[in-house]
Design a protein around this ligand. Structure first.
Ligand code: UD1
Length: 427
């Protein structure tokens, strides 16, 4: 298993390209199940999770054509053609490795009238149920059966009649599944208290380009008028706001000055607001977002919330940055339980963090020190990289398969802006 070696202390400067958004890509790819015609996605990040989803699509008989970009360039152009689907089952072995596989449930049900997906297993960042995905589909007229670890959704003859669903809790994945199921319904589907993350807007834009009728895009109340069929489209995946935010924290902790090329300031407002409160200068430019830490970092309080609030996916990275800020910061994680697994590892690097339930108290320290660390999820791993970039001495980060799931060629990008980081094979 590979590991990353980081020697901290280099100030990051220069331009760092931002890739297509992983979480957007994971909901855009299953849209190809909704039409017989080809759907081409540009700017798909080269990530283990995306490869996994492409593989899942081939299990249904979808042809996947990768073309266009040279290996040294970031991103890919991939065409998915689901002219004939040969299976409606997402097996345990694939779903187990990738939770986002649940996102085939809605589109497969809409296109084929039925879909069977293995229940995702336990998850490192707390118990993540899928009850809301199922309730929304039921509200639109699907019948749901649970048996032998699988969920089967069945639509009445002729398609989903439509209906209304009011989310008791904002859920990104359940909103995505519901939207994808609704676009081919016989009637109209309405969603209240829907998630309105930029990735959901990206999903709606692709669906509209495919011929879907969706009102309220970007708001929490969506009305979807089902259409008889959808057609193919070519669509560019939005920039990854979490990747950009992560590198913003990396630049800031080193006192750096980095242009995050291609990043969308509009999608990152909550993160930029937090960074500005910490004393980091963030400028919005045509080519991206410039982050410059020319003042001392200062403590701030942060609470995660559904969009437009601060993304839970930025919590670990901002916490790493706050380890080096002057004063005491209080962080509250409101989306997931058990999302502080980076805390003991950061403390091993000399941080001073205490947690109580969903609250973390971070006392800024003068010095972080390199250590051998490993993390149990994607963003937690990134927080260790951020701390390592500002730590004295060398840090070894193990289990970097988490990072390969969500950061396209991380070490190459960090090297571009002057980090001392290398990937080595484990002995
Ligand atoms: C997505 C993102 C993930 C991000 C999360 C929150 C993808 C592939 N993943 O995950 O990176 O951290 O949004 O922004 O896009 N819940 C239920 N029942 C359900 C579904 C969710 O109770 O059926 C709860 C969850 O336990 C959690 C909250 O709702 O407490 C939000 O989860 P959700 O927005 O669904 O997260 P994901 O879509 O899984």
């Amino acid at each position: 298993m590979d590991k990353l070696l980081i020697r901290g202390g280099n100030r990051l400067t220069g331009t760092l390209p931002i890739s297509g958004a992983k979480n957007s890509a994971l909901t855009l790819i299953p849209c190809a199940l909704l039409t017989e015609e080809p759907v081409t996605l540009r700017n798909l990040p080269r990530l283990a999770d995306i490869d996994g989803f492409q593989h899942l699509m081939t299990q249904f008989g979808v042809s996947v054509g990768i073309r266009g970009k040279r290996p040294e360039e970031f991103g890919r152009v991939v065409t998915f053609e689901a002219s004939r689907l040969t299976s409606t089952v997402a097996p345990y072995d694939l779903v187990r490795k990738m939770r986002a596989s649940i996102l085939v449930l809605g589109p497969m049900l809409a296109r084929m009238g039925e879909a069977t997906v293995s229940l995702p297993g336990g998850c490192a960042i707390g118990n993540r149920p899928i009850d809301l995905h199922l309730k929304a589909l039921e509200a639109f007229g699907a019948e749901i059966e649970l048996a032998a670890g699988y969920v089967k959704a069945i639509a009445p003859e002729g398609g989903l009649p439509g209906g209304e669903f009011d989310f008791p809790v904002v859920s990104v994945g359940a909103t995505e599944n519901a939207i994808m199921a609704a676009v081919l319904a016989k009637g109209t589907c309405r969603l209240f208290n829907a998630a309105r993350e930029p990735e959901i807007v990206d999903l709606c834009k692709l669906l509209v380009a495919m011929g879907a009728e969706i009102e309220g895009i970007g708001t929490s109340d969506l009305t979807i008028h089902g259409v008889k069929q959808l057609h193919g489209a070519t669509y560019k995946v939005m920039a990854d706001r979490i990747e950009a935010g992560s590198y913003a924290c990396a630049a800031a902790i080193t006192g750096g000055d980095v242009m995050l090329e291609g990043a969308s300031a509009e999608d990152m407002q909550a993160t930029l607001h937090a960074l500005r409160n910490i004393g980091v200068t963030c400028e919005e430019h045509k080519e991206g977002v410039r982050v410059c830490a020319d003042k001392p970092l200062k403590a701030t309080n942060l609470t995660t919330a559904p969009y437009p609030g601060l993304a839970t996916d930025m919590q670990a990275q901002l916490m790493a940055l706050l380890c080096k800020a002057e004063g005491t910061s209080v962080l509250k994680e409101t989306i997931f339980e058990n999302r502080y697994m980076h805390v003991p590892e950061l403390n091993r690097m000399g941080a001073d963090i205490e947690t109580e339930g969903r609250t973390a108290i971070v006392k800024g320290v003068e010095t972080l020190t390199g250590a051998e660390v490993m993390a149990t999820d994607l963003r937690a791993s990134m927080s260790l990289i951020i701390a390592a970039l500002a730590a004295e001495g060398e840090t070894t980060v193990r289990r970097i398969y988490h990072l390969d799931r969500g950061y396209e060629r991380l070490e190459e990008k960090l090297q571009l802006v002057g980090a001392d980081i290398e990937r080595v094979g484990d002995e």
